[in-house]
Design a protein. Structure first.
Length: 186
């Protein structure tokens, strides 16, 4: 049985705050950022790792040994490795994805950065990404970090989310709007 999202988020924020403060104190925020990116990539690519985080089949010791081995193999910092070990021993690894999101937000705020999530029908070229970053920076007034994804259901165009703002220029949205307006007419 999984925990409700609000409980996971609360636990994750507490761990994230502790890891962030320890990393900031030891002046290793760059290392923390690399660790967060590496863990996010590993969670995206490995179904076994995702299963390890939530499966009740494994004992605390098995989970702790496995996560320690993963941290060592990934060359994670001592702070992050220790936090993962503690989370494993307390059966709190289910909150790791939420913790990574919270850490990403804290790191971005520390650098004065805003994350823009961009979904496009096809992968953006580096030139398109640079143009988009420049445009968003001019509009928002902060440094922009892009998180790009490909969503073929958009048909064309972009869906950009920055904080609570969303810009949807996708053909799918335009077709939906056209369909709604046609329903109103006839």
């Amino acid at each position: 049985m999984s925990e409700p999202a609000s409980i996971s988020t609360g636990i994750a924020k507490r761990y994230a705050t502790a890891v962030f403060e320890l990393s900031k104190e030891s002046k290793s925020l760059k290392s923390l950022e690399a660790d967060v990116d590496a863990l996010e990539g590993a969670l995206t690519q490995s179904a076994d790792l995702r299963n390890l985080l939530v499966s009740p089949v494994y004992s605390r010791d098995q989970v702790a040994q496995a996560i320690t081995a993963v941290a060592a193999k990934m060359n994670l910092s001592q702070t992050v490795s220790g936090a993962l070990g503690l989370m494993a021993s307390k059966r709190r690894l289910f909150a790791l994805p939420h913790m990574l999101v919270a850490l990403g937000d804290m790191l971005a705020a520390e650098k004065g950065e805003v994350t823009a999530e961009v979904a496009s029908a096809r992968p953006l070229t580096p030139a398109q990404e640079q143009d988009l970053v420049k445009t968003l920076k001019a509009r928002i007034g902060k440094e922009i970090k892009l998180k790009s994804t490909v969503d073929t259901t958009l048909i064309g165009g972009l869906v950009i989310k920055v904080g609570s703002q969303m810009i949807d220029t996708s053909i799918r949205a335009q077709l939906a709007a056209l369909q709604n307006s046609m329903k109103e007419v006839g």
